[in-house]
Design a protein around this ligand. Structure first.
Ligand code: 5GP
Length: 189
């Protein structure tokens, strides 16, 4: 996605340990026009599938997910990183965060993830794939069908795609970062 590639090269910043900071347009301040274009591209790539629900995980997945849900006129549900005291019927998994170096609990109500659902999962980053594996676990527990996973940015050198594809799940990433070493952002053409 040319527009996104240009923006990453223009405003993205790399940090030690293979971290790409895009907080001026995705992770902190957000660019709604770019976010809409991102959602249009997700809709294009998953056209012809039978998706009836968009799923994401808080917090940075919510913006692209809601834009995608809006365009498709579909409900959007997000997995929560803290269990609300009012949530009864919930599915639970654990995810290890490489950026924060900790393991956290993730929950989702099984009122909003049903065995009849065909789910498209949307998130900001695919790195080692731990968040994605947690999501695959939640979806498996719910009995829903996972149609595919769409990421704004994939860091190919951290190999999360391999883990997801081993579960037979389709992956679409709008920008694939091949390398961040020497603080040079290299994006797959
Ligand atoms: P994974 O579980 O695939 O290793 O990492 C997924 C999550 O970690 C993403 O949803 C994102 O929140 C965070 N993350 C991983 N790598 C990066 C990165 O380079 N930059 C930013 N901003 N977030 C990242």
């Amino acid at each position: 996605m040319e527009l996104l590639h240009k923006r990453i090269l223009q405003d993205g910043k790399c940090f030690e340990g293979g971290i790409l900071k895009v907080d001026s347009f995705i992770n902190h301040q957000m660019d709604p026009t770019l976010m809409k274009s991102i959602a249009v591209e997700f809709v294009r790539r998953f056209a012809g599938t039978n998706v009836n629900k968009i799923m994401t995980i808080e917090a940075s997945g919510i913006a692209p997910a809601i834009m995608t849900g809006y365009l498709l006129n579909l409900p959007v549900v997000f997995a929560k990183k803290k269990k609300p005291s009012t949530m009864d019927n919930m599915l639970h998994t654990q995810i290890h965060s490489f950026t924060k170096d900790r393991t956290y609990d993730v929950v989702i109500s099984n009122d909003f993830l049903l065995p009849t659902d065909n789910v498209l999962f949307v998130d900001d980053f695919l790195a080692y794939g731990n968040a994605a594996l947690g999501v695959i676990d939640l979806i498996k527990q719910s009995g829903a069908n996972l149609v595919g996973m769409g990421f704004i940015i994939e860091k190919a050198f951290q190999e999360g795609r391999k883990m997801i594809e081993e579960h037979g799940v389709r992956v679409e990433s709008l920008a694939i970062i091949e390398d961040l070493s020497n603080c040079t952002i290299s994006i797959q053409k």
